[in-house]
Structures are given as structure tokens and as C-alpha cells.
Design a protein around this ligand. Structure first.
Ligand code: ZN
Length: 487
């Protein structure tokens, strides 16, 4: 079966066929760096990390571009309000680039904790002002923008007549006009739907650059069009982001690249669904805004405990990326337990003794995982297949059923590949254990305890067990011998 993805633009699942059969260009809208990375960042990061890892697994050379928005990015409307980075800089008496750098570092650290791979290129909007100005010139030349009082606006009505505006989100200009307030006469725009490509800076605006039109700054949507074209070409394969970016951001990106180059830039558009918290939308005003650091440390009034980065990652992967995902303590605790079971089964693979015959067929696991992920990255189904095998692995480790040495080697390879390489999970307990020295050391102590038992030195044998328990290592005496695990 071939890899297929749901294309938001055509609203159907399509077989994935990259423009070049061996290479894939992937662009994902990255963070705006004026605040701590939060739960809302985790979902697109993990979703597109899974896509990136899966494309690599399929054998493609992938150029993954994820931008850093560190320029005059305004929450909802490029024409109004305050630039968040500049606002923070003013409040804290910092250079805007100090604010951007500080939060970029925080974002990177959180991504590393979530085991999100670094993209191939991470361009900063502030480093691509020239490219953005060039793009505005092309749009002006093609007649889809106009200059007004030092600012440049995109002419939505004119563009709509030829190409249709709002195709991605399925909006149409007439409806939007009825729902938009009229211009107040102070505005430089011809129509309220027009959006800024370049904005003349007011005297208090501290981030600004020279341009042919004014000392100012680029509009919100422009950087992604300019940087995707620069690094992936006028046409590339996949553009991703959160569903909340579909309109206006991505529809404006489509309009900009079509107005400049005459064609859609991305062949496939992929959007991850949103995260809710106890059924509610996440928002600062609702008091349910949780940063990733608060999740990792448990320091937030809504959290009953800390959740490890891998618990968060596993939780995100347990839902299909196009479904909504609701965060609650109960759901996170269930994810924590599930992940623990999965990691214990991975460890149990090393405890299986090969036999002369196999009662199981590891190729079945591979087929189910491939089928699931090929079907629009259905990670919950792949995880369900792994869990069916968790049961099988535990049975094999207990001596129920049998597996030959080559089959066992194949099973280990498949489990490791899907769990670690593709789903990108990490065994945090193994990491917490420090390094490869721990296992032989614990084994040595358990051998000494065994000897003490044989010598009927119960005091010593109990002491070894109790001291191990005290440092977080649970010793389990079973029929098959002594085992241990981290608690
Ligand atoms: Zn973007």
C-alpha cells in the first residue's frame, strides 16, 4: 500500500506523490518567539516530526523547513495592535532580538525534551527581509497589490476575480464582506479584506527596516511565502501547520504565491487539529494556559502531578492528528501507564530465550504498523498494533509460546524501529538510569544477593534488596529467576 495523506486543500485523502520521486520539500509554520512554548506548540511539533520521521523511513531525502517568526507578527490582524515581540522588549527593556533569542532557545529545549528532530533549515523572518521585499515587488508588478501612504496592501478583490480567495478554508469574499466592518475612512486600505504586505512603521514601532515604500516591516503572512520559495522553490510538496492557521494565514500565503508566481506553491496542505483542556479551548484569559515547562514540572494549578516529555509525546501520538485532543489529568495518567507498559515490553525483548520453532510471526506487526501509518499517519492504529504485541512479547518472556533466533532478531528490529525511530519515543527510565554501566552493576549485586541466599545469609540478601529499592530499583523474585526494574 502506498503512503496517502489528507490534503486540506482538496479535502480528500490522496496518494502521496512528491514532485521529485526521491526528494520531499516540507514547510511547517514554526513558533512566534515572544513567550514560553506551551501545549499548543507540542501538537504541531510532534505531528510534523512524525511526518518527517516517516518520510525518512520511506527512503525520501527530506528538506524540512520550519521558520522562526521573530518579526512584527500580530495575533489576528497584521494591520492593528501591537507587535508582541516589540511589546515584550519595551516592557522588559530589552532589544527585540534578545526577546526572540531567549524564547527561541526555550523552544529548542522543549523540542529536544519532546524528542522532536531539528528541521533541515530553521530560517528566521528577520533574516529574510530582502526576500520579502522582492516578493512584494513581484506582487505589485503583477497588479495584485497597491501602495498607500508608505504601506503596501494585497488587493483581495482583484485577486479573487481571477483565482478565488479563501480556497483553503472554504470561505468566499462576498460572505466575508458582509461580516466585516466597513472602513473608517482613516484606513489606507481600499477594502477591509485587503491585508498588509508591508506596513509603514509608526514612530514607536521599534522593529523596522528600509524598503522602497517606507521604513517599516513586512506583513504577517509574507515570511512563510518568501522563505518557502527561497528554500524549497516556487513549487514544493507539503505545507503544514495547525488548523488555526488555515485562515487567514495559509489562505493569504496561497494568495501571495499565486499572485507572484501564478501557481499554488504547495501540492499538499496538512493541518493538525487543536488541543483542548478539560473540553475547553486553551487561552490565557481562561486560566488554563499551560506551558510545557509547567507540564514537565507539574507546577500549574490544573495539574495533579508532573508529566514527563515522553508522556506528552505519547499522548499526542495516541490520537490521530486530525482529531481533537483533550488534555486532562486522567488522560495523561493513562498515557503514562501505557507508555510504561510499552517500554517494559521493549526491555522484555532482551529476556526472551530463542527456541527451535516460532509460534508468532513478526512480519504481521510490521504489516499492521505500515498499513496504519500509510493511511494518513494513523498513529493510534500503529500504537494499537504495538500493544497487541506487548501482550505477545510478555508471554514469550514468560515462556508461553516460542520464537526462533532470526524471528526474535526481526521482532526486535521492527519494535525498535517503530517505537524509537518512527514514533520517536525515548525510554526515559533508561535515560534516568544514567548509562550502560547500570545494568551490569545491578546484575552484579543481584548475583551477590543470590550467593548470600545460597549461604542462608538472609540479612545480607534482604539488605541488598532493600538498598536497591531505596534507590528506585525494584527486585522481583520469580519462577524464571530474579528480575529487576526501575520504579
Ligand atoms: Zn506560516
Amino acid at each position: 500500500m502506498e503512503f496517502s495523506i489528507y490534503n486540506t486543500l482538496t479535502r480528500r485523502k490522496e496518494r502521496f506523490e512528491p514532485l521529485d520521486p526521491t526528494r520531499v520539500g516540507l514547510y511547517v509554520c514554526g513558533p512566534t518567539v515572544y513567550g514560553d512554548p506551551h501545549l499548543g506548540h507540542a501538537r504541531p511539533a510532534v505531528t510534523f516530526d512524525l511526518l518527517f520521521r516517516y518520510l525518512l523511513h520511506l527512503g525520501y531525502k527530506v528538506r524540512y523547513v520550519r521558520n522562526i517568526t521573530d518579526v512584527g507578527h500580530l495575533e489576528h490582524d497584521a494591520d492593528e495592535g501591537d507587535d508582541k515581540i516589540a511589546k515584550k522588549a519595551r516592557l522588559e527593556q530589552l532589544e527585540p532580538m534578545e526577546v526572540a533569542h531567549y524564547y527561541t532557545e526555550r523552544y529548542h529545549r522543549a523540542m529536544e525534551a519532546l524528542n522532536v528532530l531539528s528541521p533541515s533549515i530553521e530560517p528566521h523572518a528577520s533574516g529574510h527581509i530582502i526576500e520579502q521585499i522582492e516578493l512584494i515587488k513581484m506582487i505589485l508588478e503583477n497588479g495584485y497589490a497597491y501602495e498607500s501612504n508608505g504601506s503596501v496592501y494585497f488587493d483581495v478583490r482583484k485577486y479573487d476575480e481571477k483565482y478565488g480567495y479563501g480556497r483553503l478554508s472554504g470561505r468566499n469574499v462576498e460572505d466575508m464582506m458582509t461580516n466585516t466592518r466597513a472602513l473608517d475612512g482613516q484606513d489606507d486600505k481600499r477594502s477591509p479584506l485587503d491585508f498588509a504586505l508591508w506596513k509603514k512603521a509608526s514612530p514607536e514601532h521599534i522593529m523596522h527596516w528600509p524598503s522602497p515604500w517606507s521604513e517599516g516591516f513586512p506583513g504577517w503572512h509574507l515570511e512563510c511565502s518568501a522563505m518557502s520559495t527561497k528554500y524549497l522553490g516556487e513549487k514544493f510538496d507539503i505545507h503544514g501547520g495547525g488548523m488555526d492557521l488555515m485562515f487567514p494565514h495559509h489562505d493569504c500565503e496561497i494568495a501571495q504565491s499565486t499572485a507572484a508566481c501564478g501557481c499554488d506553491a504547495a501540492k499538499y496542505w496538512m493541518h493538525n487539529n487543536m488541543i483542548t483542556i478539560n473540553g475547553q479551548k486553551m487561552g490565557k484569559s481562561l486560566g488554563n494556559f499551560i506551558t510545557l515547562e509547567e507540564l514537565f514540572t507539574g507546577k500549574h494549578k490544573l495539574l495533579t502531578q508532573a508529566y514527563s516529555p515522553m508522556t506528552i509525546r505519547f499522548f499526542v501520538l495516541q490520537a490521530h492528528y486530525r482529531s481533537t485532543l483533550d488534555f486532562s489529568n486522567e488522560a495523561l495518567q493513562a498515557a503514562e501507564k501505557g507508555l510504561d507498559r510499552l517500554m517494559k515490553a521493549v526491555d522484555a525483548l532482551d529476556k526472551i530465550n530463542p527456541a527451535a520453532t516460532s509460534t508468532v510471526n513478526p512480519a504481521e506487526l510490521e504489516a499492521r504498523c505500515t498499513e496504519a501509518l500509510n493511511d494518513d499517519l494513523n498513529s493510534p492504529l500503529a500504537i494499537a498494533a504495538l500493544f497487541d504485541w506487548v501482550r505477545t512479547i510478555n508471554q514469550l518472556a514468560e515462556g508461553t509460546g516460542s520464537i526462533t533466533a532470526p524471528d526474535l532478531a526481526q521482532l526486535k528490529e521492527i519494535v525498535h524501529r517503530y517505537v524509537f525511530d518512527i514514533l520517536g519515543l525515548r525510554n526515559e527510565k533508561a535515560v534516568a538510569g544514567g548509562n550502560d554501566l547500570m545494568s551490569p552493576l545491578v546484575d552484579m549485586l543481584l548475583e551477590m544477593r543470590q550467593k548470600a541466599k545460597e549461604d542462608k545469609d538472609w540479612a545480607l540478601s534482604d539488605k541488598i534488596r532493600d538498598r536497591l529499592t531505596a534507590i528506585g530499583i525494584r527486585v522481583k523474585d520469580g519462577k524464571e529467576g530474579v528480575n529487576w526494574e526501575l520504579t
